[in-house]
Design a protein around this ligand. Structure first.
Ligand SMILES: [Cu+2]
Length: 198
């Protein structure tokens, strides 16, 4: 145990500053409020963003109470069903440090739970232009890069990554509806590196 009485006042100040500095990093459980202008969350996911990473190694797999098992996409820190109001221009960002990803719209969801096709044909090329809907695909997004698109059409969409849909179950549900809210977040995957990358 450190004997504080033996330290000079400047030493105490130094210790306090060190403790304060440590408090700001490595947290992981904190969800920043919306509207942060792109900062905040682990991996840099901000308001009106979808973050992408491998569900099995970093951002986890969520067993959503409505839609079932999803993973690989998030609006905050870890995998979750994602939701936006119609008309939102979103930014889809690759949170990985070394792995490319895509977001392809596979189809619309029927009644829950999500009925993901077993082996869809997903292209790594961009398609669908600037309209998010069936046939839309971001194309390959490099680590740290992002693509923007406007959510013009309300609906509930099944999405997935062309590289990791089958190998890592990188697939999710995107709800575009007034008042829609994101689902609960996954817990950290075992041995999963903390979800960071920065
Ligand atoms: Cu991927």
């Amino acid at each position: 145990m450190l004997k504080l009485k033996q330290l000079a006042p400047w030493a105490l100040l130094s210790i306090a500053a060190t403790i304060a500095a440590c408090g700001g990093s490595g947290g992981g459980g904190y969800s920043p409020p919306a509207g942060g202008g792109g900062g905040g969350g682990v991996g840099g996911v901000g308001a009106d963003m979808i973050g992408m990473d491998l569900p099995t190694t970093t951002i986890g797999v969520e067993n959503d109470p409505t839609w079932g098992t999803v993973g690989g996409y998030t609006q905050s820190v870890r995998s979750q069903v994602i939701a936006f109001a119609p008309g939102t221009m979103i930014t889809i960002k690759n949170l990985s440090s070394s792995t490319p990803h895509t977001l392809n719209v596979i189809g619309t969801a029927g009644a829950p739970p999500a009925n993901f096709p077993s082996n869809p044909s997903l292209s790594t090329s961009a398609s669908g232009g600037s309209v998010f809907g069936i046939g839309y695909a971001t194309g390959s997004i490099s680590p740290g890069a992002s693509v923007s698109v406007t959510l013009s059409n309300p609906g509930t969409y099944l999405v997935g990554c062309a590289y990791h849909y089958s190998s890592n179950q990188m697939r999710d549900v995107v709800e575009v509806a007034s008042g829609a809210t994101p689902g609960p977040q996954a817990t950290a995957p075992p041995g999963g590196g903390g979800g960071g990358g920065y």
